[in-house]
Design a protein around this ligand. Structure first.
Ligand code: URA
Length: 426
């Protein structure tokens, strides 16, 4: 007989109490084993969302989620290891240029990534646009690629934080994703279990992000930075703007193309700025503060690592991205300035076009998505293209056009520019 029952644990949180270490260890383990039912964990997750958790509870919950699976050992990698995690946004392809860039500067980047759900894209979906590229690596292949190339982006194996895998799927269908203690422990349990020595968090704020306010984003960032420190993973966070999509491309193949432009020394200014800002933070926490990521982008070293990294996972870095069959260009109906491109609405437009999925098992289109011809602050003349929608079937257009039209606002004057990096938390 166990010392606890699920109902007792739920009642403590429901009534605003504090769970003991033993209760947390028990409920996370019992849920992973199937001894606590989904409906009981749903009730507990809702009680946590409504009543919160103390710092000590969050730390113990995270440790219990790590302990539910394996913890990778990267001690055979001769370079300092450092990873980046973004809380997710629209057009957020930064992992693609950033991983090879940081590796080109002397660190090793163990990036275990996920797939997209809803209006946000997933790194693995984007990379799977590259013919032949393989997301699944064994733990041995993962460590060997880190040793040989210094950069790997792949799917997290099923042995890593299995409690989180189960709980995240449950939260997704019970309205409990938004609880800061649960988001922080979910993200940090996976990053700590992956074995990285240091971590930089890109906590997004704005319409296209989980966190709509700077205050909530700061609280999430502080919670995660503390959890990293408690597990001896040096962690810093940047709060960055996600009110507009990053760059011009939103979709899978189109985001790979834009990332390669950045690695070739071009690409949209905001993507380059954020890539370099995160690279500097990563190199700093990895103990390589004198490395020069801007030089590694300019002189092609980052591109060389990208090509090796893609080839090592079976991909052809020279293969052209598939073109969409159907393209719809939307033009400005008057002169003015682009006042806003709402990230959430444009993310939904790309999703409706086929770039994203509604359920975990849905396929995604390689060629579908949105390409912005104008970004917030750009002047525009009547008749000039504002954006184009790409799809495999024309019937995808009507609902995507409605969302995209909602996203873009024109005005007579340019908007006040917003900083991309809002705050740093360490
Ligand atoms: N990403 C995660 O991995 N977990 C969450 O809870 C939210 C975002």
């Amino acid at each position: 007989m166990s010392a606890f029952t699920a109902v007792d644990v739920i009642r403590v949180k429901r009534d605003g109490g504090v769970l003991s270490d033993a209760q947390i260890d028990w409920v996370v383990d019992a849920y992973t084993r199937g001894a606590v039912a989904d409906e009981q964990m749903s009730a507990l997750a809702m009680a946590i969302l409504l009543n919160g958790m103390t710092g000590a509870e969050i730390a113990r919950w995270t440790a219990a989620m790590i302990a539910s699976g394996e913890r990778l050992d990267l001690s055979s990698v001769p370079r300092p290891t450092v990873d980046k995690h973004s809380t997710g946004g629209v057009g957020d392809k930064i992992t693609l240029p950033l991983t090879p860039l940081v590796a080109a500067c002397g660190a090793a980047v163990p990036q275990l990534s996920g797939r997209g759900l809803g209006h946000t894209g997933g790194t693995l979906d984007k990379l799977e646009s590259i013919p032949g590229w393989r997301a699944a690596l064994s733990n041995e292949e993962f460590a060997a690629q880190l040793r040989d190339i210094g950069a790997v982006i792949c799917a997290a194996g099923s042995g890593l934080a299995p409690a989180d895998r189960k709980l995240y799927a449950l939260r997704d269908v019970t309205g409990t994703v938004e609880a800061i203690p649960l988001i922080a422990s979910s993200i940090m349990s996976k990053k700590i279990a992956e074995g990285t020595g240091a971590l930089v968090l890109d906590v997004k704020v704005g319409s296209g992000a989980f966190m709509k306010s700077v205050d909530d984003a700061r609280e999430l960032a502080r919670t995660m930075v503390e959890l990293g420190g408690a597990h001896r993973v040096r962690t810093v966070a940047l709060l960055t703007d996600m009110s507009a999509p990053l760059g011009r491309a939103i979709g899978n193949g189109v985001e790979v193309t834009e990332s390669v432009e950045v690695l070739a020394g071009g690409g949209p200014a905001d993507v380059v700025e954020l890539t370099l800002a995160l690279a500097r933070e990563m190199l700093d926490v990895a103990g390589l503060p004198d490395a020069d990521p801007a030089a590694a982008l300019r002189d092609g070293r980052a591109m060389d690592v990208w090509r090796s990294m893609i080839r090592a996972q079976g991909g052809d870095p020279d293969a052209p991205m598939p073109e969409a069959n159907e393209v719809e260009v939307v033009r400005a109906d008057r002169d003015g300035y682009v006042a806003a491109v709402d990230a959430y609405a444009m993310g939904v437009a790309a999703w409706r076009l086929g770039a994203g999925r509604a359920r975990k098992e849905d396929p995604v289109s390689v060629s579908a998505g949105v390409v912005l011809h104008k970004r917030p602050g750009d002047p525009v003349r009547a008749g000039e293209p504002l954006y184009e929608l790409r799809a495999e079937q024309p019937e995808k257009f009507p609902s995507a056009l409605a969302e995209a039209a909602r996203a873009v606002t024109l005005a007579e004057r340019p908007p006040a520019p917003l900083p991309l990096v809002i705050e740093r938390v360490e």
